[in-house]
Ligand binder design. Structure first.
Ligand code: CP
Length: 334
């Protein structure tokens, strides 16, 4: 029910509240200027890895992952290690006191005594907001059920910016599981804030975008959308194609999952109709939806997206903690 209802957010006013000390449950917790600043900071970090290697000396991040992850957890952790800090946490709640019945709030009231920042992933929508409200240090949402995945969106924006030099004036196709794909919801909502984007929403009827995300597009005069089922008929129009996995773990019925999982498989023959500079993004992990042969196509941007995820998490972690990066000249907002 939460998936189809109102967005869960601690704030949606995008005010210039300082980033230092701030939890990021959705990107509505950051102003658009602050998102631009993080994109700029990540570029600086990439070019100045040695200079920033001690920016967070003495800091500790807790990664509390109640749900599986490869990229998000390891990149949050690597980000802190590459800034000179350290990492504690758990991956899989079976080793934590949640198995004894401990609540998320009590876990955060405890762990926030130990660390400077927390990253949390949880299968329940709204868990990150509960965590942020209980914590005495900033909490970053690393994915809460089908709701939001803000740091994936930062990685996505950074990849689009790197490919096109901008995140506006583009036709962005999102394909696959648009119902349960939290990265899709975060990306659409955030691109709407930048404006001037035409969305092409490609999905089977059973996996269409939730109404609250459509409402966000409709409320943005400079943005528009079309919904369709057939990728081949629209691929030639796209600047960005954001492929998604059909999320088995969020289906109530395995038969529905099996019927829908291979609806879209991007391969070189389908890419033949796409623009030569179209960028193919995917939050990963992929299952079958992008053939391995596409990895060698210059339009494949999904492993670059992985690297940019780590850089954006370095930018965000240092910003919410309030540690300066030596030599960094801010754009001004953070
Ligand atoms: N994109 C993403 O969230 O990947 P993981 O589930 O491996 O963290």
């Amino acid at each position: 029910d939460e998936l189809k209802g109102e967005p869960l957010s601690s704030s949606d006013n995008h005010q210039e509240i300082p980033v230092v000390g701030r939890s990021v449950v959705t990107l509505d917790d950051l102003s658009t200027g602050q998102i631009r600043e993080l994109l700029h900071k990540a570029e600086y970090i990439d070019a100045h890895r040695r200079e920033v290697a001690h920016a967070c000396d003495g800091r500790v991040i807790a990664t509390l992952f109640y749900e599986p992850s490869t990229r998000t957890r390891l990149s949050f952790e690597t980000a802190m290690l590459r800034l000179g800090g350290q990492v504690i946490g758990f991956a899989g709640s079976q080793l934590a006191s949640v198995t004894k019945g401990e609540s998320i709030a009590d876990t955060l009231k405890t762990v926030s005594n130990y660390v400077d920042v927390v990253a949390i992933r949880h299968p329940k929508e709204g868990a990150a907001l509960v965590a942020a409200e209980a914590s005495s240090v900033p909490v970053i949402n690393a994915g809460d059920g089908g709701h939001m995945h803000p740091t994936q969106t930062l990685a996505d924006l950074s990849t689009i910016q790197a490919r096109f030099g901008r995140v506006t004036g583009l036709t962005v196709g999102l394909c696959g599981d648009l119902t349960f794909g939290r990265t899709v919801h975060s990306l659409i909502e955030t691109l709407c804030r930048f404006g001037d984007v035409r969305f092409v929403l490609v999905s089977p009827d059973e996996l269409k975008c939730p109404q609250y995300v459509i409402d966000r597009i409709e409320a943005t005069p400079s943005c528009s959308y079309v919904e369709c089922r057939d990728l081949a008929s629209v691929i030639g129009d796209l600047d960005v194609l954001y492929m998604t996995r059909v999320q088995k773990e969020r289906f109530f019925n395995e038969d529905d999952y099996l019927r829908l999982r291979d609806t879209y498989i991007l391969d070189e023959s389908k890419l033949a109709a796409a623009k030569r500079d179209m960028a193919v993004l995917h939050p990963l992990p992929r299952v079958n939806e992008i053939a391995v042969e596409v990895d060698d196509d210059p339009r494949a941007a999904y492993f670059e997206q992985v690297k940019r995820g780590m850089l954006m998490r370095m930018a965000l972690e240092s910003s919410v903690i309030g540690d300066r990066l030596p030599g960094y000249e801010p754009l001004g907002a953070v």
